[in-house]
Design a protein around this ligand. Structure first.
Ligand code: PEP
Length: 257
């Protein structure tokens, strides 16, 4: 299974800054077996697609609307993203759940819209701090997965990327330990197994939450951590390039095993 390094830029950077970062990334040697995805803000997506032509780096949206078109002021559809060459899209990020009230059912509809347009959904799930403190984190993630993914058959599930992002670790500098990450990724893998081994062995599970060059090697060394969804460190060309290199190390050691 490939190792993915995906960068979520959130609402950061202006045009010149975006161009500068993309300019560095397009010269990065992407190691064999590693897939790199960047998710800049909507206004810079078409430019990113254009600038990254001829490289293997994929461009992702950070969100999309569940409907194909209509009177939804301020929204962007999956078909619009597909029409400019975007091939992946983050859905269900905890910030969308928290600030925009996105439910698991809506997230499921967004995934459906993306799959219909041939776009890879990067489905985010993860528990809040109080849920971990009370020991309900496995149940919370199980419910999020069931709520958003229950309508999909195995062929559809195999096209999805999952990102486990404990909310208490996002942008806080707190990271799940390698043990905590593997424990939850193993749980998610077991849930995927209920759909059959072919689903469990196909769907990458990324870790997100203050993942940086100084902790990535330990996190990525876990058997069920297939790379990272990166926020803060994706805004810095050096740190993001370093994460791509570390993902390459993971691929190399997997090849030796
Ligand atoms: C994210 O928001 O997806 C994320 C992982 O952010 P950070 O790396 O900054 O915690």
């Amino acid at each position: 299974m490939r190792t993915i390094v995906a960068g979520n830029w959130k609402m950061h950077k202006d045009r010149a800054e975006a161009l500068a970062l993309i300019g560095v990334l397009k010269d990065v040697q992407v190691p064999t077996g590693v897939e790199v995805i960047i998710a800049p803000p909507f206004p810079f997506l078409a430019m990113a697609v254009e600038e990254l032509k001829g490289t293997s780096i994929r461009v992702a949206g950070q969100n999309c609307h569940e409907k194909a078109q209509g009177a939804f002021t301020g929204e962007v559809s999956a078909s619009m993203l597909a029409s400019i060459g975007v091939t992946a899209c983050i859905v269900g990020h905890s910030e969308r759940r928290q600030y925009f009230g996105e439910s698991d059912a809506i997230i499921g509809e967004k995934i459906q819209a993306l799959l219909e347009r041939g776009i890879t959904p990067i489905f985010c799930c993860g528990e809040r701090k109080e849920e971990r403190m009370t020991g309900s984190h496995f149940d919370v993630v199980t419910e999020q997965m069931k709520g958003a993914l229950r309508m999909f058959d195995n062929d559809a599930l195999k096209k999805i990327v999952i990102a486990y992002e404990p909310v208490w670790a996002i942008g806080t500098g707190l990271t799940a330990t390698a043990y905590q990450a593997q424990e939850m990724h193993g749980h998610i893998r077991a849930l995927l197994h209920t759909h059959g081994a072919s689903v469990a062995e196909t769907v990458p599970i990324l870790y997100g939450g203050s993942c940086k060059p100084d902790n990535a090697a330990e996190l990525f060394a876990n058997p069920d951590v297939n790379g990272g969804l990166i926020g803060g460190a994706a805004l810095d060309a050096h740190q993001f390039s370093e994460l791509i290199r570390i993902a390459g190390e993971r691929e190399r050691s997997a090849a030796i095993r």
